[in-house]
Design a protein around this ligand. Sequence first.
Ligand code: UDP
Length: 335
Amino acid sequence: MKILVCGGAGYIGSHLVRELSTQQGYEIIILDNLSKGHIKSIPKGIKFEKADIRDKTALERIFSKHKPDAVMHFCASISVGESVADPLGYYENNVAGTIYLLQVMKKYNVKYFIFSSTAAIFGNPKEVPIPDNARPEPINPYGDTKFVVEKILAWSENAYGLKYICLRYFNACGAHESGDIGEDHDPETHLIPLILQVALGQRESVSIFGDDYETKDGTCVRDYIHVTDLATAHIRALAYLIKENKSQSFNLGSGEGYTVKEVINAARNVTGHPIPDKVEDRRIGDPAILIAGSTRAEQILGWKRKYNTIERYGLQPYSSTFSWFLIGHWDQRGQ
Ligand code: UDP
């Protein structure tokens, strides 16, 4: 099967490409505008098309040239704070861009779609860990863009017979075990890379956005999931979709959460660096606690996290020129 991986040069997309390329039976074509993704993350021998999903002419050219059987869609703007400051840009890229992609899929009769959604669609959850069937109530534009797409997918199935899977995950983290790809955003806004930049001497301190939340130490709780575990969930979801021809949404979480202070402390233990922190105002749009259960993915997809304890720590250099990223942080149980 030919799989078009939109956003395949980005953080999660590039890890998916690594895993998918080890499986039999798939030919991969990467589409990426390289606005955030990295050309160096594309493995040799994988077809690559530089294009933006908002460019429908380019999409048509790529679909007519490669004739994909399925699309995996990772392209998105992903920062909560940025989405609050620029909602129009977020709806344009995340919603309008996805509509163009779906329109071209419909024209070329491509039926299968795997969508990167997020636990941010749930806003301030009423139940934690958030169950798969919780009612989405996003509280920031980023989460809302993803929820809007989920609704578009449901109506598109109803109207055109599209078959899709939404994977709702939260804080992707870690790096590939080879050490040559990992999280590399510019500018960086995510907690773990920012903490590690302090350890590397690239910044003075890390900001804590609010310490007056109703959590055990006052800082926000998030569910950190290793990027390779996310990649394997996508592969299982693709196989399920093709075999069962059934649309479905899955939470991909660990069922556990760590506060901002706990993550900083973990990095202090790993690096031996004092990692100074500075408490600042809350970041607008941040829910206090986001932890996702993944019962449905475990039961239906047979998915299980491989990186699942926080007891042991390590550091993985992934690029001699950029930075270091926590990986052993999610060490394999029992090893
Ligand atoms: N955070 C923080 N300082 C930073 C960046 C993030 O305190 O410099 C907090 C943020 O408020 C959230 C958590 O760390 O509670 C994870 O944020 P991140 O941006 O990494 O991911 P998000 O949860 O927004 O997807």
